[in-house]
Design a protein around this ligand. Structure first.
Ligand SMILES: [Zn+2]
Length: 328
């Protein structure tokens, strides 16, 4: 499983920081954190078994974001994420983060985006992996803040940035509010992926597709309970970025036995398999593939199909897509 070529489309930078790196940066930049012992930091950033909701899961991001406030730290963390990913033969990764969470010490949004791109580029120069950035707007933020991110990222489109995303805690019918943000992003040439149908109903998936023009949906697991949403995803060939362990931890799905990825796949829905957060969920992509493939007896041909669908789901250029196809 570790040797299989892999692609990851849904991975949050702040949820995937190495615990030791949190300590190293805190020491280097004189940032106060609750402990300087790796085991303690692990305990603080990894979600517990008794996690009850997405909102509780999201509390785990406070500590990593404390050490993601300088150009050097952002670059280092992005570099290390690609370094970790290539160790399990991830060939391409789309890294997402919310720039406005990293302005506490005065960095501009442009500087934040540039720093993450620099880290990705450095890893690309050393390792056999490529990466791009997805800019997330948090749904708890204002429309003005969302537009600020869209404007700041404009000059990086197709130069490291490929898409816009809405993330964070999920209320029913959140899409309407952010229509001006995503409309502007589409006008500028961003691709659109939206977290939807994770902590709330399939109606949000319908809105993300119909109102916001989403080509991919983060999670989307709740469409299994809403035929209209399910049919829309299927007929519009919208790709789902599925994250099994995270979905169990946030209680989006009650049990791995009921995880809908394989049912979706067999019915012709385009599924992709992702970690969501490597550190917070305490997993890697090998772990997720292993889990789902064993549970549903997925064979090599099916893996190849899912991989090739995932190539098409990437927001990369044709050259990268062709390069990715050469590995399978
Ligand atoms: Zn996510």
């Amino acid at each position: 499983m570790r040797k299989l070529p892999k692609i990851e489309l849904h991975c949050h930078l702040d949820g995937s920081v190495r615990p030791q790196t949190i300590i190293d940066i805190a020491k280097r930049e004189n940032i106060e954190i609750p402990s300087y012992k790796e085991s303690d930091i692990k305990e603080l950033v990894m979600v517990k078994k008794d996690c009850t909701s997405l909102n509780e899961y999201l509390e785990k991001f406070d500590l990593p974001n404390k050490v993601m406030q300088s150009k050097e730290s952002l670059k280092q963390i992005a570099f290390e994420l690609l370094e970790d990913a290539q160790r399990e033969n991830v060939k391409y990764i789309e890294v997402r983060f919310a720039p406005l969470l990293h302005t506490n010490k005065g960095l501009s949004v442009e500087e934040i985006i540039q720093s993450v791109i620099d880290g990705i580029k450095e890893a690309q120069n050393i390792y056999d992996i490529k990466g791009n950035v997805i800019l997330s707007c948090l749904r708890t933020m204002s429309v003005e803040d969302g537009l600020k991110v869209v404007e700041a990222g404009k000059k990086f489109i197709n130069k490291g940035v490929v898409a816009i995303d809405l993330a964070g805690c999920e209320e029913e019918r959140f899409c309407n509010k952010f229509k001006p943000v995503i409309d502007k992003a589409r006008e500028y040439g961003y691709n659109v992926t939206i977290h939807a149908g994770e902590a709330a109903s399939g109606q949000n998936v319908i809105d993300a597709i119909n109102l916001l023009g989403a080509k991919r949906i983060g999670h989307g697991v709740r469409i299994k309970d809403m035929k209209e949403a399910y049919d829309l995803v299927k007929s519009n060939k919208v790709y789902l970025e599925m994250c099994p362990t995270s979905n169990i931890q946030t209680k989006a799905i009650d049990d791995f036995n009921n995880y809908p990825l394989y049912d979706f796949y067999k019915d012709g829905i385009y599924v992709t398999l992702n970690t969501d957060n490597r550190t917070v969920s305490n997993i890697d992509l090998t772990n997720e593939i292993d889990l789902i493939f064993r549970k549903f007896n997925i064979n090599k041909i099916e893996y190849k199909n899912i991989y090739l669908n995932t190539v098409e789901a990437t927001f990369s250029d044709e050259e990268t897509k062709n390069w990715l196809k050469s590995f399978i």
